[in-house]
Design a protein around this ligand. Structure first.
Ligand code: BES
Ligand code: MN
Ligand code: ZN
Length: 465
């Protein structure tokens, strides 16, 4: 795991600089209680509490005495999240603490946002990073937030690493490193062993690449309810013989975003020592083009025995996940979650900011959605819509991997996956995007975790911990 020293809190110190977070509504009251020189200066520069307006203020000797950040109105804040991270980016080197009336501020979101603002991907070139450090606010569990930030950094690092340095075997190395860090056990089934051990679809999707396909399997913990996480690990998605056009292929190093997300979440669960029996499954493949590639109209027989007519080799994620889900389902965990950059249709439906998820259980849906809202990891439920089942039933196989018609692509993909989960009552699937297209507070442009913090927050509820 790469080190991210900036993603920790500063030690409490007598010299830390107070950072006043001042909303527009509270601005008049607040300024009337400030010393005259500060008032004069803030009037000069026109500070009025506008969202994200950050200033450092000196005393008569030129020593900083306080920083201020405008917190806008609730109407302006609702357009984003992690607003306090703007101060992390704007302030010079120094140690700061949140001060003043913090009643309207989610201190935990502010503190986590500060840590996440310190994420940089500098494996290939030096990158400038924030210099301002925050003391963990009172009432906030700084250690837990640091662990969450580490998990998120792992997710981002894995997604940001190009396929030239993150093929199936390198993803395995990262998976094993994560397991070693937490004394978890790993088994790997690779190459032609996938055929003898009955993972035919993982093999078929990955076999055209010189970088052998594999199934990574991690187990950790021996008490409590069981949770199995399955993450799509397509280390590059060319589309296969149904090759993607250039613009669509351009971002496909991120097609292992589901595996990156479940590994980040697994780090959080293990580092926090949750009383869970955890299993993590990652089918790691490269969807490449070559003479041995699987083809349109091939019929694959899955691990579960269902036959799948291939109508588009670019609908590969559901194939590798299907075999992994079938394995997961064989031991009926208390909760089974899959995460995958599965369809372009999910991005069309909800854009990059929201993570669509599927469950049949309204109580689970409510728990996830409210957990997501409370930790600034927003989710949106979409339906496993039974009336669309016929769309995934083709002519001569049990299932069609790529329904025609262009309708409800994220739903039909989810329905496809659900066919492979027969015994596990509690199954949740996330069709994530895993990429921040333009920089936003606490989220640099590039790989990003989605749904992981929401799941972590909801777990006590979902598993009765
Ligand atoms: N990895 C892609 C989905 C994807 C594309 C996610 C762009 C995020 C951004 C997946 O393997 C894929 O190509 N899906 C196809 C399925 C179709 C052929 C049925 C899609 O969504 O176009
Ligand atoms: Mn694809
Ligand atoms: Zn894909």
């Amino acid at each position: 795991m790469q080190k991210h020293p900036q993603m920790t809190f500063a030690k409490d110190s007598k010299n830390s600089i107070p950072l006043q977070i001042v909303s527009k509504d509270a601005f008049q009251d607040w300024i009337s209680s400030q010393p005259a020189p500060i008032v004069a200066w803030l009037r000069t520069i026109g500070f009025d509490g506008a969202l994200g307006d950050v200033h450092l203020l000196p005393d008569a000797q030129g020593i900083p005495v306080m920083a201020v950040m405008g917190f806008g109105t609730s109407k302006s804040r609702i357009r984003g999240r992690f607003h306090v991270a703007r101060a992390a980016a704007a302030l010079p080197a120094g140690v700061y603490h949140l001060a003043g009336d913090l009643s309207g501020i989610d201190a935990s979101e502010a503190a986590l946002g500060w840590l996440l603002a310190g994420y940089k991907f500098d494996r290939y070139a030096e990158q400038s990073n924030i210099k301002a450090r925050l003391v963990a606010p009172d009432g906030v569990d700084g250690k837990t937030l640091e662990i969450i930030a580490q998990g998120e950094a792992l997710t981002r690092d894995l997604i940001n690493t190009p396929s030239s340095d993150l093929g199936p075997s390198e993803l395995q190395v990262a998976f094993e490193a994560l397991a070693n860090e937490h004394n978890a056990a790993v088994t790997v089934i690779a190459g032609d062993d996938l055929l003898t051990q009955n993972f035919p679809m993982i093999h078929a999707v990955g076999r055209a690449s010189p970088r052998a396909p594999r199934l990574l399997d991690m187990r950790w913990g021996d008490v409590g309810p069981s949770l199995t996480l399955v993450g799509k690990g397509v280390c590059f998605d060319t589309g296969g013989l149904n090759i993607k056009p250039g613009a669509s292929m351009g971002l496909m190093k991120k097609d292992m975003g589901g595996s990156a997300a479940v590994m980040g979440l697994a780090h959080m669960i293990m580092a926090l020592g949750l009383k869970i029996r955890l299993r993590v499954l990652v089918p790691a493949v490269e969807n490449a083009i070559g003479g041995s590639a699987f083809r349109p109209q091939d019929i694959l027989t899955s691990r579960k025995g269902l036959t799948v007519e291939i109508n588009n080799t670019d609908a590969e994620g559901r194939l590798v996940l299907a075999d992994a889900l079938a394995l997961a389902d064989e031991e009926t965990p208390d909760l089974l979650i899959s995460m995958a950059t599965l369809t372009g249709a999910a991005r069309v439906a909800v854009g990059p900011d929201l993570a669509p998820f599927f469950t049949e259980d309204d109580i689970v849906a409510t728990a996830l959605k409210s957990a997501g809202n409370s930790v600034a990891d927003p989710l949106w439920q979409l339906p496993f819509w039974d009336p669309y089942e016929p769309m995934i039933e083709p002519g001569i196989g049990d299932l069609d991997n790529a329904p025609k018609g262009g309708f409800a692509g994220t739903i039909t993909a989810a329905l496809f996956l659900r066919r492979f989960v027969e015994h596990t009552p509690n199954y949740v699937h996330f069709d994530i995007y895993g990429w921040q297209p333009t920089a936003a507070p606490a989220r640099a442009k590039g790989g990003v975790g989605q749904g992981t913090r929401a799941i972590l927050e909801a777990l006590p509820n979902l598993l009765n911990l």
